[in-house]
Design a protein around this ligand. Sequence first.
Ligand code: SF4
Length: 166
Amino acid sequence: MTRGRDGVADAVVRPRLLVSACLLGEQVRYDGRRLPVDPSIARWAAAGVVVSCCPEVAGGLPVPRPAAEIAADGAVRCRDGRNVSAPFRRGAEAALALCRRHAIRLALLQERSPSCGVSRIYDGSFSGRLVAGSGVTAALLRRHGIRVFGPHQLREVAQALQSEAG
Ligand code: SF4
């Protein structure tokens, strides 16, 4: 097998990377905005190695939806105090099920989200303050042995895809 750019094999392509749907330009964010797509991510998607997932939509939440943050007690809450932990948990389980179905061991998730946040999340006060921590989905995937990367780690993702391609 030969390998193309960014760790994408030229033959025997199969999904190997779970990606936050908003990083693929899908209109799934809480505020209804689309994000621009990084060229590397676009190439991985075009090559067929990507499975898209928005855990919050998969968990049953609408677009747009109220912003939510992980509170000090570990619950996910909207600004008005409403506890939305259940859909966040369902979404995380849906993401894990997708990984299992496709035997995916790598995930590229959006930073700072209460679902997808990889290393930094908002502190639950809705004041814009960030703290070290993971979103509900990122934490669940890690607990099940899936390597989770953020958008600032695209080089590491490419390396991981290359080493998986063998
Ligand atoms: Fe959906 Fe995760 Fe993107 Fe939030 S960060 S919109 S939960 S894919």
